[in-house]
Design a protein around this ligand. Structure first.
Ligand SMILES: NC(=O)C1=CN([C@@H]2O[C@H](COP(=O)(O)OP(=O)(O)OC[C@H]3O[C@@H](n4cnc5c(N)ncnc54)[C@H](O)[C@@H]3O)[C@@H](O)[C@H]2O)C=CC1
Ligand SMILES: O=C(O)CCC(=O)C(=O)O
Length: 530
C-alpha cells in the first residue's frame, strides 16, 4: 500500500483518483512546520504540495521512502530540486492546468491598474464618492511581455483583442512563433524604453532575478505601469518603490513577493499606487482541479512504476518517443545489470550503442535505465532513473552514447560496454524480438540467444571435451536442475562460455565447487530484479 501525504490545500476533486485507488492511502495534513514534516515523512511514498510547503533537503533526507514529490502547479522553487535528484526522488509538476487562470489574473491586474479599481472600491465602501480616479485605456498602448511561455503567450493573445501592440522578450522565442502570436520580438532594453505596460511571466532564476531593477527603471518610459504575477524577485521591489516615488512608474500590480507572505511593513502594502493580491494567480476552481488531477495522475503512475510525464528533474521527452522507448526499458536495465555482474573492475566508461530502430530516436530515458542497471549492483535500490546519471557522474563514470547503422540483422539492438581500467571491457548486447520478447544476443565476443530472466549461471572456460558434462553432473549432484544451456566459442579449443538457466538460485558453495573444475575460469550467478 502506497502512502501519500498532501501537505497543502489541494482540490479534493482533483485528488479523488488517488483517494479511490485501492493501492493508495491519502492523508491530508496541512500547515506543518519543517520539523513536524521531518517527523512524519518517513511513512510516506509520495508528497503532494502547492507553494506553501517548502520541501527542504532535511525533509527529503528524512523521507527515506519518498519516491515522488508532486507540485500541484508550475513553479517548483519551493522544492530543493538538487537534493531530490541526488536522492532519486522524482519531482513532477502540473505545468498546463493553471495557465489560463494565471493569465486571466494578470489581465485582471492590468485592468485594475489601468482603472484604479481597488483604490476606487476602497473609497466607495468607506462612503466617499470620489470621482477623481482617472484611468487610461489599454487600446493602442504598448504591452511588453517578458517571458513568452505558456502564460505570457496567453496574455499576449488577450492583449491583441484589446487593441494593444505587443513587444515580447524570451530567449527561446522564435520569429515564427512571435509572428503567429502577432508579437514583435524586442530586447529587454527596447521594452523598458517603449512599453506603457510591462508584465513579467518568467520563472525566478539567477538570470531573471531583478531583471527589472534600477538601470531599467532609469530608462523607462515615464508613466508606465508594471505587473508581476510570476515570481517575486523578477522585479526589484525596492527599486520599484523608488521609481514610483520619482514618478517614473505610474502604478504596479503584484501577486507575488520576494518574501511570502510579505512583512507587515513591506513598502508595497501602504502605497496607493501599488495593488496587491496574496499569490492568487492560480486560484480558481478550474485551475485547482486541473493541477490536482494532473499531478495525482502522474503520482499514481510513478508509484505503480508506469510511464509518466512532467518530471522536472529529468529531461522532457515527447509522448510519442516515450511510447516507442517504453518496451525497451526493462531490457535496457537488464543488459546494464548483466554487464555489471560480469565485471569486477572499476568502470570508467559506460558505452551504450543503439542500432536499428533505436538509432533514430532520442534515447535519453532508455540510457537512464541502462545506467540504473549497471549501478544497481553497487547502489541497490538507491539508484533509479532520476539519479542514475548523477550517480555515474559523481563516480567519475563517463556515459558515452553512440548510434550505429549496423544492427547485425536485428531490427533493434542495444549494446552496452563497460570500460575498465585494466582494459578487460565487458560487453552485453540485447534485442527485443516481436515474437520472443527480450533476448541477450551477445556476451563479450560470443553471439548467444538467451532470455534475460530467471536464474542464470555464466561460466567461462577453455573449450575442452567433457566440461559441459562435468558442470551438469556437479549441478545435478547439488540438486540444481538445468532448464536450458547455451554454449559459445570462437575457435575449437579456445576461450568459451556457457550460460545455463537453472530452476533456483545456487549457493556460493556450489559456485566455488564449479570453480574447482579443471578448465573452468569463471562461474557467476546472474540475477535480474523484477
Ligand atoms: N501567480 C501564480 O499563482 C502563478 C505563477 N506562475 C509563474 O508564472 C511563471 C510562468 O509560468 P508559465 O508560463 O507556465 O511557464 P513557462 O515555462 O511556460 O514560461 C516561462 C518562460 O520564461 C522564459 N524565460 C526563462 N528565462 C528567461 C529570461 N531570462 N528572460 C525572458 N524569458 C525567460 C522561458 O523561455 C519560458 O518561455 C512561472 O514562474 C510560474 O511559476 C505560474 C502559475 C501561477
Ligand atoms: O499553488 C499556487 O496557488 C501557486 C501557483 C504558482 O505559483 C505556480 O503554479 O507556479
Amino acid at each position: 500500500m502506497f502512502k501519500v501525504l498532501v501537505s497543502d490545500p489541494i482540490s479534493d476533486l482533483g485528488i479523488q483518483q488517488l483517494m479511490d485507488a485501492s493501492d493508495v492511502v491519502v492523508e491530508k495534513k496541512t500547515g506543518l512546520s519543517e520539523d513536524e514534516l521531518i517527523q512524519i515523512i518517513p511513512d510516506y511514498d509520495a508528497l503532494l504540495v502547492r507553494s506553501q510547503t517548502k520541501v527542504t533537503e532535511k525533509i527529503m533526507e528524512a523521507g527515506t521512502n519518498l519516491k515522488v514529490i508532486g507540485r500541484a502547479g508550475v513553479g517548483v522553487d519551493n522544492i530543493n530540486l538538487d537534493a531530490a535528484t541526488k536522492r532519486g526522488i522524482i519531482v513532477i509538476n502540473a505545468p498546463d492546468g493553471n495557465t489560463i487562470t494565471t493569465c486571466e489574473h494578470a489581465f485582471a491586474m492590468m485592468m485594475a491598474l489601468a482603472r484604479h479599481i481597488p483604490q476606487a472600491y476602497a473609497k466607495t465602501i468607506q462612503g466617499t464618492w470620489d470621482r477623481k480616479f482617472l484611468g487610461v485605456e489599454l487600446r493602442n498602448k504598448k504591452l511588453g511581455v517578458l517571458g513568452m511561455g505558456r502564460i505570457g503567450s496567453e496574455v499576449a493573445k488577450r492583449a491583441k483583442a484589446f487593441g494593444m501592440d505587443i513587444l515580447g522578450y524570451d530567449p527561446f522565442m522564435t520569429e515564427e512563433r512571435a509572428e503567429k502570436l502577432g508579437v514583435k520580438l524586442a530586447t529587454v532594453d527596447e521594452i523598458v524604453r517603449n512599453a506603457d505596460f510591462i508584465t513579467v511571466h518568467t520563472p525566478l532564476t539567477p538570470e531573471t532575478k531583478h531583471m527589472i531593477s534600477r538601470p531599467q527603471f532609469d530608462v523607462m518610459k515615464k508613466g508606465m505601469r508594471i505587473i508581476n504575477c510570476a515570481r517575486g524577485g523578477v522585479v526589484d521591489e525596492q527599486a520599484l518603490v523608488e521609481a514610483i516615488d520619482q514618478g517614473i512608474v505610474a502604478g504596479a500590480a503584484f501577486d507575488v513577493f520576494e518574501q511570502e507572505p510579505p512583512a507587515a511593513d513591506h513598502p508595497f502594502l501602504n502605497n496607493p499606487k501599488i495593488i496587491v493580491t496574496p499569490h492568487l494567480g492560480a486560484s480558481t476552481v478550474e485551475a485547482q482541479e486541473n493541477v490536482a488531477i494532473d499531478v495525482s495522475e502522474q503520482v499514481l503512475h510513478i508509484l505503480r512504476n508506469e510511464p509518466f510525464k512532467n518530471a522536472v528533474n529529468m529531461p522532457p521527452v515527447a509522448a510519442s518517443v516515450m511510447n516507442k522507448l517504453q518496451p525497451f526499458f526493462e531490457l535496457g536495465e537488464k543488459i546494464g545489470a548483466f554487464a555489471a555482474q560480469l565485471n569486477n573492475q572499476a568502470v570508467h566508461e559506460i558505452h551504450v550503442e543503439y542500432a536499428g530502430d533505436l538509432a533514430e530516436v532520442d534515447t535519453q530515458p532508455l540510457t537512464r535505465y541502462i545506467i540504473k542497471g549497471v549501478l544497481s549492483r553497487h547502489f541497490g535500490n538507491d539508484v533509479n532513473i532520476v539519479n542514475s546519471v548523477h550517480l555515474a557522474k559523481v563516480r567519475d563514470i563517463d556515459v558515452v552514447v553512440s548510434q550505429s547503422s549496423a544492427s547485425k540483422g536485428f531490427t533493434n539492438r542495444i549494446s552496452v560496454t563497460l570500460k575498465t581500467e585494466d582494459g578487460k571491457d565487458r560487453r552485453i548486447a540485447g534485442t527485443l524480438l516481436k515474437e520472443y520478447g527480450a533476448r541477450i544476443v551477445r556476451i563479450d565476443k560470443f553471439p548467444v540467444d538467451i532470455a534475460p530472466e530467471g536464474n542464470l549461471i555464466f561460466i567461462s572456460h577453455n573449450d575442452k571435451p567433457g566440461i559441459v558434462g562435468s558442470v551438469g553432473t556437479l549441478l545435478g549432484k547439488n540438486d540444481v536442475n538445468i532448464a536450458s544451456m547455451q554454449v559459445g566459442r570462437k575457435i575449437i579449443g579456445g576461450e568459451a562460455i556457457m550460460v545455463l538457466t537453472v530452476d533456483k538460485t545456487v549457493s556460493k558453495e556450489v559456485l566455488d565447487e564449479l570453480m574447482s573444475l579443471q578448465e573452468l575460469n569463471t562461474a557467476l550467478q546472474i540475477e535480474f530484479k523484477s
